[in-house]
Design a protein around this ligand. Structure first.
Ligand code: NAD
Ligand code: DAU
Length: 402
């Protein structure tokens, strides 16, 4: 890999990170987040050299995956491409320290010349595509960015990767992993069976519609061009580096600050919680052993009503956090106006990935929440700066003017 900072032909700033994959030293780090994200899963045994492009690697799941991959595949090269939107944060990649193996590039997945250049120069053979606008509430406030990044961005990556793959003679071991969501399947009734890989698509929000559109594009590139694609649809993740706008970090931080805990509607909506370290292990297995053209559902087998989850968080916080401003924390629970079009229930049937690839989640919601709360208690220096003026303006619009 070229060690010098290269001249950038596009308008996008290109940075070589001073930080590195711990795996460059062939040792796992002692970084708390990395150990947490690695979870209790066994490393996979893929010894094949891979050059991996991780899009959205400075976001929540992408950064956990970057840590995970570095630990479990020490010899492989990782390039992170991330636009560093409000949700992207280079601090999420702290502890990665081997310039030989790691490159961070600030850039947009919609920038085709940049993507083409990276694929060629870094000799990429696997793309793990996480980059997206990911928050349902923001997609209701302003859908434009969701269509641009999630649909046009995915299309741009697919086209660039198709060209690269064809130029290299269509190698059989190239992979395009598209990380998607269970929200594309719509909403379940209380007695409905969980989503399987064959559940018809029925997206209900601008976010889920944009993810559904990108899933269809990926599927079409396999069927039309034979591009070696893989799609995963997973349930709600939680764990380290989760941006404060999402339910679990928002509630944890509000409890620590003594602020109201805004529960939408009647609080009876159900989500199926997946610890992010378990998700990373699943994605690693899909890249290694997944059958091209297939989709795999990934879930935590942890369906919980929102109100029950918030009460669990309160109880755990009462136990783990010293001197809360309001105690017991449950006193802060406040029911607020519902999210428009709020999906009632998600539940993932993950039996296919378990049966075919041997993956299953290792964390219960209780064990995962405990680890997550401990992480947030130990990392005030990470989340404090995220409560910026921009975030406060979002919070004001979303909650105080609800
Ligand atoms: P996130 O919002 O935390 O991170 C998204 C990352 O993408 C950020 O680092 C951001 O800077 C980057 N990004 C956004 N637009 C970009 C662009 N145009 N070019 C380059 N980078 C860009 O998201 P997340 O929660 O980590 O989700 C990652 C992926 O997993 C998304 O595709 C999401 O749809 C999917 N997913 C998330 C969950 C979940 O519970 N968080 C569940 C299912 C699926
Ligand atoms: O299911 C997978 C999806 O999970 C991902 O595709 C999305 O990227 C991810 O953001 C997440 O979407 P949700 O809308 O389910 O997550 P969120 O954390 O926003 O909300 C979880 C539930 O909690 C949902 O029913 C809405 C509710 N909620 C959320 C917030 C932020 C509240 O009651 N109060 C809140 O303040």
């Amino acid at each position: 890999m070229n060690k010098q900072q290269t001249t950038n032909t596009s308008a996008t700033l290109r940075l070589r990170s001073g930080q590195a994959l711990s795996a460059g030293n062939k040792q796992p780090t002692t970084n708390t987040s990395a150990s947490l994200s690695a979870g209790n899963q066994q490393p996979t045994t893929n010894n094949k050299q891979q050059n991996l492009l991780i899009t959205g690697g400075a976001g929540f799941i992408g950064s956990n995956f970057t840590h995970y991959y570095g630990q479990h595949h020490p010899g492989n090269k990782v390039v992170v491409l991330d636009a560093l939107t409000y949700a992207g944060n280079k601090a999420n990649l702290a502890g990665l320290e081997s310039p030989e193996n790691f490159l961070f590039v600030k850039g947009d997945i919609c920038d085709r010349p940049l993507v083409e250049k990276l694929l060629a120069e870094e000799e990429i053979d696997v793309i793990a595509h996480f980059a997206a606008e990911s928050h349902v509430d923001r997609s209701i406030l302003g859908p434009d960015a969701f269509i641009r990044t999630n649909v046009v961005g995915t299309f741009t990556l697919l086209e660039a990767f198709r060209q690269h793959w064809q130029e290299q003679g269509k190698p059989e071991d190239y992979r395009f992993l598209h990380v998607s969501t269970d929200e594309v399947f719509g909403s379940l009734g209380p007695e409905d069976p969980q989503f399987t890989e064959t559940t018809p698509y029925a997206p209900n929000s601008p976010y889920s519609a944009s993810k559904a559109g990108s899933d269809h594009l990926v599927r079409a590139y396999f069927h039309t061009y034979g591009l070696p694609t893989l799609i995963t649809n997973c349930s709600n993740n939680y764990g380290p580096y989760h941006f404060p706008e999402k339910l679990i970090p928002l509630m944890c931080i509000n409890i620590l600050l003594g602020k109201p805990l805004p529960v939408y509607g009647d609080g009876e909506n159900v989500r199926d919680w997946l610890y992010v370290g378990d998700h990373c292990a699943a994605l690693d297995v899909v890249i290694e052993k997944g059958k091209v053209g297939e989709t795999y559902n990934i879930g935590g087998n942890n369906e919980v009503k929102n109100i029950d989850l918030v009460r669990m968080l309160c109880t755990l916080m009462d136990e783990l956090a010293p001197q809360l401003p309001v105690s017991p924390a449950e006193k802060l629970i406040t029911f607020v106006k519902d999210r428009p079009g709020h999906d009632r229930r998600y539940g993932i049937d993950a039996s296919k990935i378990q049966r075919e690839l041997g993956w299953s989640p290792s964390q219960t919601v209780e064990s995962g929440l405990r680890s997550t709360i401990e992480w947030y208690l130990q990392h005030r220096d990470w989340w404090g700066p995220l409560l910026s003026q921009e975030y406060k303006a979002y919070y004001e619009e979303m909650y105080n003017r609800r």
